[in-house]
Design a protein around this ligand. Structure first.
Ligand code: TRP
Length: 367
């Protein structure tokens, strides 16, 4: 059996059990504009806390915010597409987008320097967001170590972190990081400030904020939600969150930037993508062609199929057709992999042209 904590995800993840254990709500199918997005439509975003406030804001055309943060470690890979796609989805719906580069957390939790975090954020994450369609000029992007050159704003953010420290317990921080060190305590309070500070009067003011995360990050959400209710300095609209499945690593488990054989990076060449999928992608097929033709395969555990389902096959009818053919045994693992490689590489070919351009934009804006 697997275990899921913000610092480690192992084994088979039982999402139904997590919904109960964490006390989040199952997300029911929603109409347009949500159903226009494959993550919602295909149930990849499967649970939430207080998402009705966001649905209401969108329906009533009221202002709302999407907030997220990135710990800049390693290459930007297809697992990162889950949140990136949601940023762009919400921005198009009119949300203000706040993005924290979690360089203080990277220092406190992993010992990574601010310079290294900045380099990775500017070379990997931000250009990919732009290339995927994020309008960076309309995005409130900041580094935790340098919130704003406007002193009033900057002080308001760090003041919030310090006020929050009065309202959290050791056990809550332990649930977030597994252990407690001064660096982790500070990082946990700062992440709560990341999620709540957009509602301060000097930023956007009180309004619903959606934080889309993998379910492993829920302890952060619980902590911030509870603190916001315990403290009485500021009135906050309750934090809303949605939870998506993990993008599986090539050989199963969660895709991780620290294991190159688990991820497909968005900057990798067609030859590398092909080699990695053929060599490492876990197959739901049978071990011989004869057996597969007879018994069929299982697309639900097939990693290549999951990549199609999460992102690369946008046509629902085609996806169903592939799943059925695979189950029947008429579609072989090699054929499914070849189809997936082709889909990913044609996406990457277009993406990488935009990525080069986005890197130049980033140099102009942030250097
Ligand atoms: N803890 C997150 C991670 O490990 C990064 C993060 C920092 C974050 N601040 C945030 C995520 C606010 C969501 C919202 O990647």
């Amino acid at each position: 059996m697997g275990s899921v904590t913000p610092w480690d995800v192992t084994g088979t993840v039982q999402y139904d059990k997590l919904i109960k254990d964490f006390g989040v709500k199952e997300l029911k199918q929603l109409p347009s504009p949500f159903s226009d997005n494959i993550l919602f439509r295909r149930g990849i975003i499967f649970a939430h806390r207080d998402f009705q406030h966001i649905v209401h804001a969108i329906e009533q055309r009221e202002p709302f915010i999407m907030m997220t943060g990135l710990m800049p470690t390693g290459k930007f890979h297809i697992g990162h597409l889950l949140v990136a796609q949601q940023m762009i989805f919400y921005q198009k719906l009119g949300a203000k987008i706040y993005i924290a580069v979690a360089d203080i957390e990277a220092l406190g939790a992993r010992g990574q320097s601010f310079e290294e975090s900045k380099r990775i954020a500017l070379e990997e994450y931000i250009p990919n967001y732009i290339a995927l369609g994020l309008d960076i000029k309309k995005t409130h992007l900041y580094f935790q170590s340098k919130r704003s050159s406007n002193a009033t704003k900057s002080c308001a953010y760090y003041r919030l972190q310090n006020q929050f420290a009065r309202h959290a317990t050791f056990n809550e921080v332990k649930a977030v990081y597994g252990d407690i060190s001064p660096g982790k305590l500070f990082a946990a309070m700062l992440q709560a400030a990341d999620m709540l500070h957009p509602q301060l009067p000097v930023f956007s003011g009180k309004m619903p904020v959606i934080v889309p995360v993998g379910i492993d990050q829920d302890p952060h959400l619980r902590l911030a939600r509870d603190i916001s209710k315990r403290q009485k300095y500021t009135e906050f609209s309750p934090l809303c969150s949605t939870y998506h499945y993990f993008m599986q690593g090539l050989s199963g488990g969660k895709m991780s930037a620290s294991d190159p054989n688990s991820y497909l990076a968005l900057s990798e060449s067609p030859a590398v993508i092909k080699k990695k999928i053929n060599k490492y992608a876990f197959s739901g097929g049978c071990s011989t062609v004869e057996e597969h033709r007879k018994k069929g395969g299982n697309p639900d555990v097939d990693v290549a199929f999951q990549y199609l389902r999460f992102f690369f096959e946008t046509d629902d009818a085609k996806l169903t057709e592939l799943a059925n053919a695979y189950r029947k045994g008429t579609l072989l693992t090699g054929e499914l992999k070849a189809y997936t490689i082709d889909k990913i590489n044609s996406f990457l070919e277009r993406h990488q042209v935009k990525l080069d351009r986005a890197r130049e934009t980033v140099l102009r804006l942030f250097e």
